[in-house]
Every structure is written in C-alpha cells, then in structure tokens.
Write a protein that binds this ligand. Structure first.
Ligand code: MD3
Ligand code: FE
Length: 221
C-alpha cells in the first residue's frame, strides 16, 4: 500500500504534517496523528469488545492485571499461570479473535511509515483498557517472533504518563505524556527497551469517559 492510498491529512491540512517528536533513536511520538480518523475507529472497537470482551488476565506469578485486555487480528496476546504467548483463538470463547478492521491496519501502517518503517503489516492488535488507578509496570515486549518489526500504539481517552526506559529495568526512564489521538512508533534499536505506564489519574474524557484505551499493533508471527 502506498502512502497516497491512505493519506490521513490529504483533505485536512495539505501543507502540514503532524508533529513527530523523536523520543529514541528509532522511536517517535506522532502527536494527534489519529485525530482525523479516530471517531470512525470507535464503533469498530466497540464491536470487537462485544465479540471478545476485556478481561483481567492473570500473570504467571498469579497476579491479576489491573489493565483489562483483549485483541483483534490473527494473533492475540494472552497470559495465564502457564506463561505469556500469542494465541490464534480467544480462550474465553474458543473462537478466533475478531478480524483486524482495515481502518486499524491502514492507520498503523501509515503511522509506522511516518516513523521510518515501511511495509508494516500488523497481524495483532492488543487492546488495553485502563480505569483510574490502573497501571502497567516496567517490562519488555519479547513475545513477538521478529524484533525487526516496530510496535505502533494508539492512545485513546484519558491521558497517560508513559515511562520509556533503557535495556535494564533499573535504567533511568523518561516520562512521556500520551493523549487521545497520539500514536507512537517504537522500533529498531529501541524495540526491547523497558517501558510502562504510571497509574491513570481520575478524569472524564468527552468521548470515552473515565477510561484510557491503548491499542498496540504488532507483528506477532
Ligand atoms: C516501547 N502497553 O501492551 S504502549 C503493552 O500504553 C504496553 O498500554 C502500554 O506496553 C500501554 O505491552 C504502552 C507502548 C509500547 C509497546 C511496546 C513497546 C511501548 C514500547 C516496545 C518497546 C518499547
Ligand atoms: Fe509493552
């Protein structure tokens, strides 16, 4: 797919590209990148969450995650007492995950291109829902097969303070606020950096209410 077939900003701001803030050697925050299309994505997201409801998965250590999780696409990330992995079926229903909407795949492809990664074709979209107080501790994403592909995220709803660390858990972290419509591309040398999310603060988002939803697009297999 060429960028011309899906130029998000073609009809909106012909001169203006969205701001790209470099946060690592190969990592970029694309402020407001999804805003022109985000309202069109939400009904599709609602339908996915009816078919594959959010659930609080249990980690191998036996803790229930404060974040509610689901997936769409060919592969969905799951965790239980036996470990972390990608699964082609939703263990709740025993059915394949809902397909990834074309609009999601195109947006992720377009963001990846803006971050310097051409030909990004996600086969997994992990959906994380945070209510106030929910957080994600520092971790690395290592369950994907090919670290050459970037991870692309889309933040929706309440703001989050994202923590971007180094290659060991104890390395100093930078704090990056992520707002509704922001996208981030992490790839290359930054792909295995530790990262996390501070507890979400109370608030009301005009469109999503008292929650933050984060989509991460991945090449799992
Ligand atoms: C940086 N989610 O689901 S998205 C996750 O906001 C996860 O829900 C966070 O971390 C969230 O695994 C952050 C961002 C993210 C994803 C993968 C990365 C940042 C990353 C891989 C390497 C470096
Ligand atoms: Fe992660």
């Amino acid at each position: 797919m060429s960028s011309r077939t899906f130029d998000l900003f073609a009809d909106h701001e012909p001169e203006q590209q969205p701001r790209a803030e470099q946060i690592g050697e190969q990592s970029w925050v694309l402020r407001g990148f999804a805003l022109p299309v985000v309202d069109h994505l939400l009904p599709a997201l609602d339908a996915i969450l009816v078919a594959a409801p959010l659930r609080h998965m249990v980690t191998p250590g036996g803790f229930s995650m404060s974040v509610g999780t689901s997936s769409c696409g060919a592969w969905g990330w799951i965790t239980d007492r036996s470990g972390y992995r990608y699964s082609p079926v939703d263990p709740l229903s025993g059915l394949p995950w809902p397909p990834m909407p074309k609009s999601f795949a195109m947006l992720a492809h377009s963001a990846a291109e803006r971050g310097g990664f051409s030909d990004f074709n996600a086969d997994s979209c992990l959906i994380n829902r945070y209510i106030p107080g929910a957080k994600m501790s520092l971790h690395q994403d290592k369950d994907e097969k090919d670290y050459a592909a970037p991870i692309v995220s889309l933040s929706l709803g309440l703001p989050a303070m994202f923590l971007f660390g180094g290659f060991s858990r104890s390395d100093k972290t930078q704090r990056i606020p992520l707002l509704h419509g922001d996208m981030v591309v992490w790839g290359g040398v930054d792909r295995l950096r530790y990262h996390g999310v501070l507890p979400i603060r109370h608030g009301q988002h005009p469109r999503l209410g008292e929650q933050r939803i984060n989509l991460t697009f991945r090449v799992a297999r």
